[in-house]
Write a protein that binds this ligand. Structure first.
Ligand SMILES: [Zn+2]
Length: 96
C-alpha cells in the first residue's frame, strides 16, 4: 500500500482525538512547530496505522500529532504543535 493511499485529512482522526480532548478539536487552530503555519486540526493530513495515527502538516510535512494505543494507554505526542487554540463554543457546522 502506498503512503498516499493511507492518507486522509485530520477530520478522520476526530474520534480518536475525542478520547483525549473533551472538546471537539478538529476546528481548533494549531500552529505547526516546523514551519509556523496556522490551520484547523481538521486540515492536517492523517496517516493511519494499526496502533494509531500521525497527523502531518500539509505545508512542511512535520509530524504535528502522533497518537497511539498501547495496552492500557493512549499516548499523545503533540510536540509538533507550537500552540493550539480551541474554540469555546462549537462552530456552526458542528452544531447541526
Ligand atoms: Zn508545517
Amino acid at each position: 500500500m502506498q503512503t498516499e493511499e493511507m492518507r486522509l485529512d485530520g477530520n478522520a482522526a476526530g474520534g480518536m482525538l475525542r478520547e483525549v480532548f473533551a472538546l471537539e478539536v478538529t476546528a481548533a487552530l494549531a500552529r505547526c512547530a516546523g514551519c509556523g503555519s496556522v490551520a484547523p486540526m481538521g486540515t492536517l493530513l492523517e496517516y493511519g496505522h494499526g496502533m494509531g495515527v500521525v497527523l502531518r502538516c500539509p505545508t512542511c510535512d512535520t509530524a504535528v500529532v502522533r497518537m497511539t494505543h498501547t495496552p492500557g494507554w493512549v499516548r499523545l505526542d503533540a510536540s509538533g504543535i507550537a500552540f493550539l487554540m480551541i474554540p469555546e463554543t462549537p462552530t456552526p457546522a458542528a452544531q447541526v
